[in-house]
Ligand binder design. Structure first.
Ligand SMILES: [Zn+2]
Ligand SMILES: [Zn+2]
Length: 157
């Protein structure tokens, strides 16, 4: 299934040509600061399934909790943050911000991560998986997604 999205001013557009590997709700402090909100919804994708069009996003790099770079991509005209790349993650993947979808109701989080900095007023549904920090990919990813990720890692060699 394909999904479309873009920045607030419409200069940056994208099409997602597969389903996400997984959808993370991330409560880390960087995501809270960058979004100005309680958490971010990240759709994890192999880069080749993210077809950008229009203006090329600008980027800057933060240092993630792992010590590796976290590169953030945003519209140069309206500064909407559309996706990011975690260099610590295997393969060539991007985390696309679900809030920038034309229809954000089309995805739901599969898991909440970095709940150690979750805001106390926010209640995560009881049956929703959650992790204080990050999960182990091999243990937690759905089997099909893990296979896709392994293929992607193999393609980068
Ligand atoms: Zn824009
Ligand atoms: Zn985060």
């Amino acid at each position: 299934m394909s999904r479309d999205g873009g920045c607030s001013c419409g200069a940056v557009r994208y099409k997602l040509t597969a389903d996400p590997l997984i959808v993370n709700a991330c409560h880390c402090r960087d995501c809270q600061r960058i979004t100005g909100s309680a958490f971010v919804l990240n759709m994890w994708y192999e880069r080749r399934f993210v077809e950008a069009s229009g203006e090329q996003p600008k980027s800057f790099k933060l240092t993630a909790g792992t010590g590796n770079p976290h590169e953030l991509f945003f519209c140069g005209s309206c500064a909407t943050y559309v996706w990011s790349k975690y260099y610590a993650a295997p393969g060539d993947t991007l985390l696309v911000r679900a809030g920038t979808l034309d229809d954000p109701t089309s995805v739901k989080p599969n898991v909440h991560i970095f709940t150690r900095s979750k805001l106390p007023w926010l209640e995560i549904p009881r049956d929703m998986p959650r992790f204080d920090a990050m999960y182990d990919l091999k243990e937690f990813f759905p089997a099909e997604s893990y296979e896709r990720l392994l293929r992607n890692i193999e393609e980068q060699k």
